[in-house]
Design a protein around this ligand. Sequence first.
Ligand code: GLU
Length: 484
Amino acid sequence: MKKVRTRYAPSPTGFMHVGNLRTALYEYLIAKSQGGDFVLRIEDTDQERYVEGAVDVIYRTLKTAGLKHDEGPDIGGDFGPYVQSERKDLYLPYAEELIKKGHAYRCFCTKERLDALKNTEEFANGGYDRHCRNLPQEEIDKLLAEGTPYVIRQKMPIDGTTTFVDKVFGEITAPNSELQDQILIKTDGYPTYNFANVIDDHLMGITHVVRGNEYLSSTPKYNLLYEAFGWEIPVYVHLPLIMGKDENGDISKLSKRHGSTGFDDLIAEGYLPQAIINYIALLGWCPDSNNEMFTLAELEKEFSVDRISKSPAVFDYAKLEWFNGEYIKSMTVEDFEKIARPFIRQAIGDKPLDTLKIAQILQQRTTKLTQIPEVIDFFAELPEYDAEMFINKKSKTNAENAPVMLKAAYDELKSLPEWTNQSIHDSLIGLAEKLAVKNGTVMWPVRISAAGKKVTPGGAVEILDILGREESLSRIEKGLEKLK
Ligand code: GLU
């Protein structure tokens, strides 16, 4: 059996949409699940759309996502070059071969003529009237001798149908009469995507072509090219659209108004690459089991084309956030601290606080890293707060006992010989016992005075431990002042 080879063939636009990333992921998984190769090819034949630095975005995304390619512009391989603009001269001879075989022709139509066509009813929406399809050879020779610019067009069959099988969408038949005589080589000598993708996929030995279903309608044209050359047609795997949920409950193609659609934007919003990958693996593919959590290595084993669905997948940000929370919870606290540190520092600046301890109280409740600064802002500075906050029914604190509890706690804490989580804990619990009150009756006022907030990550003990003796006592003094 032939070795499976897939290719990810992005156009360098400078932006990695989650749909593109899913395509890359599925190509990677289809290759890896069958011991195959995953190839990266940069499709930059559309020079007008060239964006500076865009190729780096592609490399960086694949690297961050863990999708290691086996061949590509940066690492080479036996089928290079892997950038289409560097392959420029290779396409024309193939187009000329098609002309010889009667499957393509030179079209000398001027821009003016083509523009005028658009004013006709038949070609108002584009298309070409096949004006140059049957030019007499003498005229072609004359135009060539005069150096008239031309494009090369594919000569589509006028009647009959073209049928092919897609692994996801099944058998598809298109009437040939609907196929335009599309351009294969432009006047600047560059191939169009429509031509280059076929030549490159063949020359690079690609066995599985995986891409968005917007290419489904063009596939008959590609197959006619494969047939004209007598080449083997690859396995097609067209992927369903990714949709977003509108405010009114309808679904429409995923776009900015639904939320972030770019990989970089999702990362900046605090999602982890592994969570994004896990989530988008499930956008169109359904595992054999009920399990939803998959590392990339597990996906490499589990993935199968047969379980890709053709119905549109809806991107659910809440679900992604759930995955993210699960990934965060499953990390070691040291690893979590590393990724959380920039967000912690955003809140506490360069204050000498122990970021590992802060990470510890955050880890179990964080579902997006960007939530962090807001929930720990009180470490940087005690916020303004109302004395009313000391009163809490559940902790059985009221206007009378709150000052008593806080003062007693203050005295205990002040006399502590060492300031550790354990010593703070033991002294406050011991105090509650001594006063015969619920732990909460002591802890609540202490925490309010230390944080100035009702909801905090961590309890009184953790917060005091992180703040340190001096700052803690000073905050409690302020609380006592407030309660006077
Ligand atoms: N360059 C095309 C794109 O970015 C690739 C389509 C394909 O995979 O064939 O959409």
